[in-house]
Design a protein around this ligand. Sequence first.
Ligand code: ZN
Length: 86
Amino acid sequence: MSLKKWLTLSIALMVLGVLLAVVGYFGIGVLMAIGLVPLVVGLLVYYGMCRCPECGAPLGRSPGSHCKRCGRAYDWDKTPRSNSLF
Ligand SMILES: [Zn+2]
């Protein structure tokens, strides 16, 4: 799976988790706890899989277009380097 797809997946999971938590906070309380699951999984996917395809460095909070470690431009269609969690 490409870096772009991993990033999209992690952001979608985190947004879903936050939405569930907000709905849970203002209404159905159990959704707040359920929302923690996609939020945590999204964070794990982000920090585990959203890495530079060349050197494996994590993207960090504001990745930009080039890797801060190796300086190469991110190839968003490439698979992240394999020294990751999954
Ligand atoms: Zn790099």
